[in-house]
Design a protein around this ligand. Structure first.
Ligand SMILES: N[C@@H](CCC(=O)N[C@@H](CS)C(=O)NCC(=O)O)C(=O)O
Length: 219
């Protein structure tokens, strides 16, 4: 039986397990969660404590949280090299960088995007300003860290790069990476050229009109 991934192709947290699935060549079924598929919406609402995607169903096993889905795939699907390195010290670094991309790039990016969806009288201008500042600080930190590095951790593509790809893809749309952060900008280009990442970017392309701030004419 192949595992079933619930999510939406445009959703940044769904890209993470999709990238891992493509990297590791795991067969799976994708169930899109959108208003045209109320049965998938209902299932998603059952699976997740918040209703947020992704979720993976594999027989009787139900996994939520993008990072846990990736770790589950490492354990039970495919014999390709795992996304979480087997060396414990490298694994710790990979999990740390995954958290950095989730907490300090995705979270402020989502805050900025979420604010654009709010009614005019419910805008959070202070929160948006803080989100832009967080991205500035984090870009500077990441740029230093990516000097001379091909991938986020340990010289090969890991779970941290699965997290980095959607985080930097969308954060650059809402808060462009300055040209002087050349190592970080080059890392984003490298990520987007990776076949697994290029595939999720292409699969999400038909939904770009949903981007509330207007998708830029690039990438
Ligand atoms: N911590 C969760 C975050 C999941 C998340 O934020 N999912 C977003 C999509 S990128 C979502 O479901 N948004 C729709 C909603 O909130 O209704 C994870 O790692 O899976």
């Amino acid at each position: 039986m192949t595992p079933i991934l619930y999510g939406h192709p445009f959703a940044s947290y769904v890209w993470k397990p999709l990238i891992a699935l493509y990297e590791r060549d795991v067969a799976f079924t994708f169930r899109i969660v959108d208003p045209d598929h109320p049965e998938n919406q209902a299932r998603m609402a059952e699976l997740s404590p918040t209703g947020q995607f992704p979720a993976l169903v594999d027989g009787d096993t139900e996994i939520v949280q993008s990072n846990s889905v990736i770790e589950y795939l490492d354990l039970f699907h495919g014999d390709a090299v795992p996304m979480v390195p087997s060396d414990p010290c490298e694994a710790l670094q990979a999990r740390m960088m995954t958290d950095v991309f989730d907490d300090y790039v995705q979270t402020p990016m989502q805050h900025i995007v979420g604010n654009a969806l709010r009614a005019q009288d419910q805008k959070d201008s202070r929160g948006v300003a803080d989100a832009h500042s967080m991205l500035d600080r984090c870009y500077a930190w990441l740029d230093r860290r990516m000097q001379g590095q091909e991938w986020a951790v340990g010289g090969r593509f890991t779970i941290a790069d699965c997290a980095a790809a959607p985080a930097l893809f969308y954060s650059d749309w809402v808060h462009p990476i300055p040209k002087f952060h050349s190592a970080l900008a080059a890392y984003r280009v490298r990520l987007l050229s990776r076949p697994s990442v290029a595939r999720v970017v292409n699969e999400a392309r038909p939904y770009r009109s949903f981007f509330p701030l207007g998708a830029p004419d690039r990438d």
